[in-house]
Design a protein around this ligand. Sequence first.
Ligand code: SAM
Length: 279
Amino acid sequence: MSLKDILGKHNFKFKKRFGQNFITDPGILNKIVSSGEINSEDIVVEIGPGAGTLTKAIAQEAKLVIAIEIDKDLMPILADNLLDFNNIRVIEGDALKINLDQLVEEITGEQKPYKIVANLPYYITSPLVMHFLESEFNIQRIVIMVQKEVAQRFTGEPGTKDYGALTVSLNYYSKPKIAFFVSRNVFTPKPDVDSAVVDLEIRKEPPYQVNNINILRKLIKAAFNQRRKTLTNALKVLNIEKAIIAQILEDTKIDPKRRGETLTLEEFVKVANKLSAII
Ligand code: SAM
């Protein structure tokens, strides 16, 4: 049965508030699955299965798919559409409020690392990804469809307009890359933006030793809150004496006139580690 027929049979109405733009193109679905290099050993958590088209494509390759969907109206559609699969569990709930490690353990009885694959609603992409990463869940890889501009921000280079607090934080936890771009025409209903699939390989260890993660987070936030200011000026909000900032920048060999938005993750870590010794 086609997606249109399944949705029609259940009299389903798309909900904007849940960012519902479903994918129908089998070529795109398979490309998402191959970007995640999913194999028969993999446990995959899918966020927002919608009508289950991507879920099926994942289930054909994975050992188990745990699909979390917030919209209760999709439950009968998913039950209908996924009937032929015995390796899919659908959970009704808000992915932001679920402890994924606990859920996977409850279902599999194991604490194995798992992959996340999702075509996410655009408005929750960044908060959801950061929530998963900061919670330090046992995630191996995240392959997600996001708005094209968000994908560019995930992978921005220092000093460019795409480079922001999100880019730096993401690089601390993962190695982000754009897998491929997707036209808006492959979605039902058609969204106003183009998309890209992003592949985040989660780091087993942070790339640099960080003495205090909260100070690193505060520093990154301060640097990008005032991206047009020099680092020295941007750091004033942290209530640290100018002379101390100057000393730290000299010790870390960072030009005090540089803007915060030009610092690499490594440089942020160096400054944060110096700051953590005095704050
Ligand atoms: N995966 C389907 C596809 O590719 O066709 C649907 C993708 S659609 C862009 C996003 C899906 O995420 C919708 O089904 C929506 O109801 C669901 N969703 C939105 N917010 C959610 C949340 N916080 N937790 C779980 N699912 C959510």
